[in-house]
Design a protein around this ligand. Structure first.
Ligand SMILES: Nc1ncnc2c1ncn2[C@@H]1O[C@H](COP(=O)(O)OP(=O)(O)O)[C@@H](O)[C@H]1O
Ligand SMILES: [Mg+2]
Length: 292
């Protein structure tokens, strides 16, 4: 006999469950993939790389958040032609939520700025980093990809990111000074996170021969002393199109997409590990734990 008193609310619950849109399922949704961009030495082109990769991944329809974690000396907003009203300083002093510090840039990509010249952010304490990681944590559910532009060197906050992340883009130049600092960073990254996947980009190289020779030297040294080496994602030529794009405050991938540098950066943005740059638990939870 047909049960006319069928409980439709139970059916809806079951349907939601099977469709994977049950509230509990939602909480367990994997968060954003996270790509860290770091270098040993400063000025190697991290922010140029991070902002262009952010634009190129947005172009594919991904919801991208660029986090300028060069806290205190942030400049990603300049490269994107943005003037953020708020930055991490405001998040830290509790005046706003991290979400409210987001500014929307080219192709709808989102940026959170680290703030310029704020003393407290140049050397954040453990407590301040905990607060920032907690503040960023909810955003993981709102984006497909988070790209973190890290400051140069091996600061406490950079090491926490390296310990928590699955995927690192290591930006270097072909000079020995940049390579040597990149080696120090690579070694440290592996020490705190043996499973990290590291891809190297030789940026601002005069030509392919010098880029390849730098890469071969890096690879050989890493292998000799550590028993492993990163993979080569690509090399980007020194290109005046990049300088013009900095002047124009727009990523070169938008101003001169056919330039040699932009084409090389498109290859970097297509690096396959970016598709799977995820850890089993929330990135910012892991970063917080790494501070202990
Ligand atoms: N491929 C390139 N060709 C020419 N100039 C470049 C290239 N990459 C970076 N630069 C120059 O180097 C400067 C520093 O780059 P930036 O990304 O800010 O370095 P970082 O973030 O590592 O400190 C840029 O403002 C730009 O003038
Ligand atoms: Mg930078």
């Amino acid at each position: 006999m047909l049960n006319t008193r069928f409980d439709f609310s139970r059916l809806r619950t079951l349907t939601r469950f099977l469709n994977g849109s049950d509230a509990r399922t939602e909480d367990r949704r994997p968060g954003a993939r996270v790509l860290c961009v770091a270098s040993g030495k400063g000025g190697t082109g991290k922010s140029i790389m991070a902002s262009n990769v952010a634009v190129l991944r947005s172009q594919r329809g991904e919801r991208v958040l660029l986090v300028d974690f060069d806290a205190g000396l942030a400049n990603a907003h300049l490269l994107l032609g943005l003037a953020p009203r708020y930055d991490f300083g405001h998040v830290l002093d509790g005046s706003i939520q991290a979400r409210d510090a987001i500014v929307v840039g080219p192709l709808g990509l989102s940026l959170i700025s680290g703030g310029v010249g704020r003393h407290a952010l140049a050397n954040p304490t453990r407590r301040e980093l905990e607060l920032l990681f907690d503040a960023l944590r909810p955003l993981e559910q709102e984006f497909d990809l988070i790209i973190v532009d890290l400051g140069a060197g091996l600061s406490y906050s950079t090491v926490a990111h390296l310990a928590a992340g699955s995927t690192l883009l290591l930006v270097t130049n072909h000079e020995i000074t940049a390579l040597s600092d990149a080696y120090a960073l690579y070694k440290r990254a592996h020490m705190v996170n043996p499973h990290i996947r590291v891809g190297m980009v030789v940026n601002r190289a005069p030509d392919e021969a010098q880029a390849m020779s730098a890469w071969e030297r890096f690879k050989a040294t890493s292998f000799q002393f550590l028993g492993h080496h990163p993979e080569l994602v690509g090399w980007v030529p020194a290109d005046e199109a990049v300088l013009r794009s900095v002047q124009a405050r727009k990523p070169v991938s938008l101003t001169e997409p056919d330039s040699r540098a932009a084409r090389a950066m498109a290859k970097v943005a297509a690096w396959a590990p970016i598709e799977v740059a995820r850890t089993t638990s929330a990135f910012y939870e892991r970063a917080r734990k790494a501070l202990r």
